[in-house]
Write a protein that binds this ligand. Structure first.
Ligand code: NAP
Ligand code: ZN
Length: 350
């Protein structure tokens, strides 16, 4: 039997989020039913609810930083039981026949089913996300949240955490590496914490110095303002790895020039408009790479959660009621959040 879930949805790109009821499927034999306790507010939720990337489908219940408690499991589920602390990130299914599935890069394969704003493998059923009180997800897409991490502050690990962990891991941030994080927002502040825990020397490149103390507390050793042109002269040729989390169309050329020979700049922020053309000179003159990265596989997401459990890493959060979600969206857009809003789903009952 399906259950009626309560949540908040955008009904169009211009409407505010509002209360919305919808059906969740009855758990199948490989499903885990989850009571959602908290859900982080990612800037991607705003991009999609406002149709800034195109292809948005409405009504849309956003939310892909889901933390909750298992309420029931299907007969074939072996990894989870009722009462377990679990998370769900940006996708809930993927192509299982594709041979590349075996290399644990399912986030890059066609057939990925996103947690919301997507259609399930049946080709019909719209997925709906975590700004709601419950969700039913295949066991293989459910993550285990270490017991020492509080569920509210762990929720943002499911997107912000893995989105930074994956490139830091892939491009081998660690002792002796100079790593810069561009933008100290939801993604950026997780990047500072994780890169520091990996042993890298971390620099924050923020628009202003207003969050400098926070940046240093989170684990950065250096902090520079990008509204000061001298920053780009002082830091030329400094970094092994730059991760850009900015979701606005900034000039990447300035940052590419801050890389050492063989350095890499990895784009994780997804601008809502075209960025200025990238000059070949900045890349070819120092064998530099410009790359992109998107979230992480289920295997790597679990590895990230275990790493965060071991190092006691969670997000710095401001817990909100779901009734305040529209104001929270406005504040994220204005970079007025330190450093992730997390919705307390108990507020849905109010
Ligand atoms: P966020 O909390 O809004 O943080 C973005 C930060 O970028 C801001 O805090 C701000 O930092 C900086 N910034 C904003 N506007 C800027 C501008 N005009 N010029 C320069 N810097 C600016 O957003 P988020 O949730 O971290 O997400 C960031 C981006 O990543 C979004 O585009 C989101 O859709 C995308 N994303 C990508 C993935 C992926 O898998 N690749 C996953 C999740 C999210 P300062 O105040 O420090 O300058
Ligand atoms: Zn996200």
């Amino acid at each position: 039997m399906t259950t009626t879930a309560k949540g908040y949805a955008a009904l169009s790109p211009t409407s505010k989020l509002q209360p919305f009821s919808f059906e969740r499927r009855a758990p199948r034999e490989d499903d885990v039913a989850i009571s959602i306790k908290y859900c982080g507010v990612c800037h991607s939720d705003i991009h999609q609810a406002r149709d800034e990337w195109g292809n948005a489908a409405f009504p849309m219940v956003p939310g892909h930083e889901i933390a909750g408690v298992v309420t029931a499991v299907g007969a074939n589920v072996t990894k989870f039981k009722a009462g377990d602390h679990v998370g769900v990130g940006c996708f809930v299914d993927s192509c299982t026949t594709c041979k590349t599935r075996n290399v644990d890069l399912e986030q890059y394969m066609p057939g990925l089913v996103q947690t919301y704003n997507s259609v399930e493998a049946d080709g019909r059923t719209s997925t709906q996300g975590g700004y709601s009180d419950s969700i039913v997800v295949k066991e293989g897409y459910v993550l285990s949240i270490p017991d020492n991490l509080p569920l509210d502050a762990a929720a943002p690990l499911l997107c912000a955490g893995i989105t930074l962990y994956s490139p830091l891991n892939h491009w081998k941030a660690g002792p002796g590496k100079q790593v810069a994080i561009v933008g100290l927002g939801g993604l950026g502040h997780m990047g500072v914490k994780i890169a520091h825990a990996m042993g890298a020397d971390v620099t924050v490149l923020s628009q202003t110095l207003s969050k400098r103390e926070d940046g240093l507390r989170l684990g950065a050793s250096h902090y520079y303002a990008t509204n000061d042109a001298s920053t780009f002269e002082k830091l030329a040729g400094t970094f092994d790895l730059i991760i850009c989390t900015v979701g606005a169309a900034i000039d990447w050329n300035q940052y590419i020039n801050l890389l050492k020979v063989d350095g890499s700049m990895v784009i994780v922020g997804i601008p809502d408009g075209a960025v200025p053309p990238v000059s070949a000179f900045g890349l070819v003159g120092a064998r530099r790479s410009l790359a992109g990265s998107m979230i992480g596989s289920i295997k790597e997401t679990q590895e990230m959660l275990d790493f965060c459990g071991k190092h006691d890493i969670v997000s710095d959060i401001e817990v909100i009621r779901i009734q305040d979600i529209n104001e929270a969206f406005e504040r994220v857009v204005k970079s007025d959040v330190r450093y992730r809003f997390v919705i307390d789903m108990a507020s849905l009952a109010q």
